[in-house]
Design a protein around this ligand. Structure first.
Ligand code: NAD
Length: 499
């Protein structure tokens, strides 16, 4: 009997009564791993009611006590990291090293949540008027919700619910229906950590479940990570329903290669950042802009990419696994075809790849295009596959202009040995996350994940530092301190005398 992915509501894991289900398929060999239900209306309503009730009690739990639950949760995820990574690799397709990294980046956020006390501090000003002080408190909002993508099942749900809950909220998570198994394993560890019932609830499904969260009048915040069309829909609908929304969206990340960079380091970083995790990272480098003489390095880049092998998560020689679905594979193939039709030079064609062991997965081999221009579909669209596009520029300024004219602004990087070039790049580039001699500059959670322009909709990035601002509201309190020297008439109306 096929494993049925459970719901998690009111501290219990149970099978949905829904008859509508989607399959969770191992993209490396098409094995059906489980069935994921589309939650019923009644189940979703019960998730909300339990979240609401749990939050009323949780908001008064002292901050250090909250932190202790997260310390336990963190220790349990660390203890089970390998087992979770294995599960995650089977449902997502990424190789084991990437799966371990995916879980680890989530652990870091849980550690950050355990440090919540110092982040919840308000502000105080003494003597705003005579004998009057003003101070502010950061207080939770209520029930918060999150919707997550398939490509980081370990890390991305953990970007969301630990910080929201640490701030004193409860949470409803709607993970990607394609990779719910590792998410649910981590939720089991959350449960084992002893958090009160109902604080975290997990519902499943697609658009219907998302709409339930977007339309529920008492869900206060929506955190979304996924593709651009869905991010726009969620941002617009969430705002229309007067919610706080942060929607992290797709990307087209460029790396500038300066001729003064260390060639071997640059080529190896570029190859890994473009094709690693089968190009299914929102921070993957999909375009390299070779400045001046750096265009002479194309043969080395080609050789590096040609050497990559595709295979299953546990095959040591594999550098990357399959893409998530058969449809994704077909879409990538058709974009490659389009690239050729539109005049780009296909140096490596990944459509004819033979994976290690000849497995029947959704494999796309690493692919390399040269002579790519900004009008081509392979440049304009997020391919989300192991396809690297090469362009050239005569100067750093020209390369920066190309990047700033691209509609996305998630990540970018420069490889150079010149401090002046690096300084100019960091100053002039209009992209959220910038790497200097680092190809995938995802910050640790004490900074914010800062996608910008077409890669982010919202005004607060609730991943790390700014999460407290997103998941709390500020209350400002003004206090007058009576003392014997004050006459009974002074400030009789309790207004602040600013004169
Ligand atoms: P997706 O947009 O297809 O799905 C994301 C979530 O939205 C899933 O939970 C899915 O069930 C739900 N969803 C799908 N269609 C919906 C609809 N019509 N209405 C409401 N909800 C819907 O994204 P994906 O394919 O799972 O993930 C890949 C995308 O995520 C890429 O574009 C990638 O760049 C992006 N991503 C961005 C970041 C970032 O931080 N900017 C991080 C990771 C992934």
């Amino acid at each position: 009997m096929t494993h049925q992915v459970p719901l998690y509501i009111n501290g219990e894991f149970f099978e949905s009564s829904s008859t509508k289900k989607t399959q969770v398929i191992n993209p490396a060999n098409q094995e059906v791993l489980a069935e994921c239900p589309i939650s019923t209306q009644k189940e979703m309503e019960s998730a909300f009611e339990t979240a609401k009730a749990a939050q009323k009690l949780w908001k008064d739990v002292p901050l250090p006590e909250r932190a202790r639950y997260f310390l336990k949760f963190q220790a349990l995820i660390k203890k089970h990291q390998k087992e979770i990574a294995e599960l995650l690799c089977k449902e997502n397709g990424k190789i084991f090293a990437d799966g371990m990294g995916d879980v680890w980046r989530g652990v870091e956020v849980v550690e950050h949540a355990a440090n919540i006390s110092s982040l919840m501090m308000g502000e105080t000003v003494e003597n705003v008027s005579r004998n009057i002080d003003t101070y502010s408190l950061q207080q939770p909002l209520g029930v918060c919700a999150g919707i997550t993508p398939f490509n980081f099942p370990g890390m991305i749900p953990l970007w969301q619910y630990p910080m929201a809950i640490a701030c004193g909220n409860s949470f409803i998570l709607k993970p990607s229906e394609r990779v719910p198994l590792s998410v649910m394993r981590i939720v089991e560890l959350f449960h084992e950590s002893g958090f009160p019932k109902g604080l975290l609830n997990v519902i499943h499904g697609g658009k219907e479940s998302v709409d339930f969260l977007l339309e529920h009048p008492e869900v206060r915040t929506i955190s979304f990570v996924g593709s651009v069309p869905v991010a726009k829909y969620i941002y617009q609908k969430g705002c229309e329903n007067l919610k706080r929304v942060q929607a992290f969206a797709g990307a087209k990340n460029h790396m500038i290669v300066m001729p003064d960079a260390n060639k071997d380091q640059t080529v190896s970083n570029l190859v890994g950042a473009s094709c690693g995790a089968a190009g299914q990272r929102c921070m993957a480098i999909s375009v390299a802009v070779l400045v001046g003489e750096a265009k002479k390095w194309i043969p080395e880049i080609q050789k590096g990419i040609a050497n990559l092998k595709v295979g299953e998560w546990n095959q040591d020689e594999a550098s990357l696994g399959p893409v998530i679905t058969q449809q994704s594979k077909e879409r990538i193939h058709s974009l490659i075809e389009q690239g050729v039709k539109e005049g780009a030079t296909l140096l490596i064609d990944g459509r004819k790849v033979t994976p290690i062991g000849d497995a029947k997965g959704n494999y796309v081999g690493p692919s390399l295009f040269n002579n790519v221009t900004t009008e081509m579909s392979i440049y304009k669209e997020e391919i989300f596959g192991p396809v690297l596009c090469l362009m050239t520029a005569d100067s750093l300024e020209e390369a920066i202009e190309i990047i700033n004219n691209n509609p996305y602004g998630n990540g970018t990087s420069i490889f150079t040995s010149s401090g002046a070039a690096a300084r100019k790049f960091q100053n002039k580039i209009d992209v959220g996350q910038v790497g200097i001699n680092i190809p995938i500059p995802v910050p640790l959670p004490f900074f914010s994940f800062t996608g910008s322009r077409g890669s982010f909709f919202g005004d607060q990035h609730a991943y790390g530092k700014q999460a407290v601002k997103f998941y709390t509201q500020t209350k400002t309190i003004t206090t007058r301190w009576f003392d014997d020297s004050m006459s009974a008439e002074s400030n009789p109306n309790m207004t602040i005398n600013l004169g």
